[in-house]
Design a protein around this ligand. Structure first.
Ligand SMILES: [Zn+2]
Length: 251
């Protein structure tokens, strides 16, 4: 890990009221690239490892905004009841690796589910966990997290009032489209992105996102065409390897 990207601060836990150390990421990081779903790649450092703060006293875990927000009494009680007599086996770590990062997200998602927190917010946690796997080159674990995020955003769009926190409905629709593109489901990706492109209001309200959706829609269309071409090649006899595979399946 690059030295000096993080620093430790003390915060008050919203559940137990004790002071706990948490790690913050310095904001001056140089991005290498940003994927269509906003996953940003950095040189030798992954800031997503530090998104979740964990109270070293009681084991509560949440992202910074949630951690610092006012916690309704009934929610505090719910988590206190759960933690009562339990020991969460995650100690404070100034430097996190992949296992600690994954564990922190799973814990935060668990608490969000316990509290019945908004689907849109939960979707965001699954999406970021998918990025953690992506940046660790573990596609097998990334894809189910992406799928979960898309499902939650989709449910959120039909049942929740927007904006959800900072998230606009146009952004949620874009993210679902972008996730399905990554999952290779070009048909569904097109459906979602078309909702943005065909909506005049989204063009006016969020020009940047509208442009992003348009570019991505073009990428999806190109990918669909490539897929169709490949299918046609195969239908016309395909490569020797494919033909052999087909023969094996049919025998
Ligand atoms: Zn605590």
């Amino acid at each position: 890990m690059a030295v000096g990207n993080t620093y430790v601060v003390e915060k008050t836990c919203p559940i137990c009221g004790e002071t706990t150390r948490v790690v913050k990421v310095r904001s001056r990081l140089m991005a290498l690239q940003t994927d269509s779903d906003f996953c940003t790649h950095y040189q030798d450092f992954n800031p997503y490892y530090y998104t979740i703060w964990i109270c070293e006293k009681c084991g509560y875990a949440a992202d910074e905004k949630r951690f610092l927000a006012v916690m309704p009494e009934k929610n505090r009680k719910k988590i206190q009841d759960f933690l009562n007599g339990r020991k969460i086996g995650l100690s404070f770590a100034e430097e996190r690796g992949l296992p600690e990062a994954v564990a922190s997200f799973k814990l935060a998602i668990f608490y969000e589910e316990l509290l019945g927190a908004s689907l849109g917010h939960r979707a965001g946690l699954f999406l970021e966990l998918a990025w953690i796997y992506r940046l660790a080159d573990d596609e097998e674990k990334e894809l189910p997290m992406l799928r979960k995020a898309a499902e939650l955003y989709d449910q959120s769009l039909t049942t929740e009032r927007y904006p959800v926190g900072q998230l606009s409905d146009t952004m949620a629709i874009y993210l679902v489209g972008s996730i399905y593109y990554r999952l290779g489901d070009y048909e569904t990706a097109t459906q979602y992105l078309s909702r943005i492109i065909s909506d005049k209001d989204s063009r006016i309200q969020d020009r940047k996102l509208y442009e992003r959706a348009r570019y991505l829609w073009q990428d999806v269309r190109a990918a669909r065409e490539a897929q169709r071409d490949a299918a046609e090649v195969q239908a016309a006899g395909g490569t020797p390897d494919e033909a052999a595979e087909k023969a094996k399946q049919n025998s």
